[in-house]
Design a protein around this ligand. Structure first.
Ligand code: ITT
Length: 199
């Protein structure tokens, strides 16, 4: 069966294709570029899971195919969990614009090292054209550093050092990040559900 990957974020697309291929998901993943008529979905949910489901349902309905979506972000303890679901537009600019990372660094600049805890969170949603739905979640805990390091990954990767690591997630290889990441965990948990629901 064919499944549509309901995201326009290039960094996510690369990670999701790798993670789902490694999980040996028995489906053909097609991108949104095959459905130019499908526009952006308003992310009006209050949680990662709600937003992932909104995206997956909209694409399943409009494409007539099962759809999987990711909603993710960085939750900073000292900012009461912000930017969270607002991570992609924290500075008003979208996605990988460095303005988002710069604003976050400015906001934590006075926070002492022992209070720099944060985590990446991801909800992975599957929706069928019939309306059936499933969601799984994953998290990656770490600390926010002062100065960005590394060129891999995307978004806030250059400023998060996972627990037990000395490197940022932007200094990990793709495989190293996938093994521990919020997205890796959420989509590896979704893989057996995809196999069960779709095959
Ligand atoms: P789609 O809605 O099309 O999937 P988006 O970028 O708008 O793309 P989100 O609303 O889920 O997606 O926002 C996720 C943001 O959280 C993303 O733009 C990054 O800023 C951040 N983020 C999520 N996962 C990340 C990761 O693995 N590494 C670094 N930053 C991440």
């Amino acid at each position: 069966p064919r499944v549509v990957l309901a995201t326009r974020n290039a960094g996510k697309i690369a990670e999701l294709r790798r993670i789902l291929a490694d999980a040996e998901v028995p489906v053909e993943i097609v991108g949104l570029e095959e459905f130019p008529e499908i526009g952006d979905v308003a992310e009006t949910g209050l949680t990662f899971a709600e937003n992932a489901l909104l995206k997956a349902h909209a694409v399943a309905r409009q494409s007539g195919l099962p759809a999987i979506a990711d909603d993710s972000g960085l939750c900073v303890d000292a900012l009461n969990g912000m930017p969270g679901i607002f991570s992609a537009r924290w500075s008003g600019r979208h996605g990988d614009d460095p303005a988002n990372l710069d604003l976050l660094l400015a906001q934590v600049s006075d926070v002492p090292a022992e209070h720099r805890g944060a985590h990446f969170a991801c909800a992975a949603a599957l929706a069928l054209p019939s309306g059936e739905e499933r969601v799984t979640e994953g998290a990656l805990h770490g600390v926010i550093i002062d100065t960005p390091r590394g060129v891999n990954g995307f978004g806030y990767d250059p400023i998060l050092v996972p627990e037990g690591e000395s490197r940022t997630t932007a200094e990990l290889s793709a495989e190293e990040k996938d093994a521990i990441s919020h997205r890796g965990r959420a989509f590896r948990a979704l893989a057996p559900i995809l196999a069960e629901v779709l095959v």
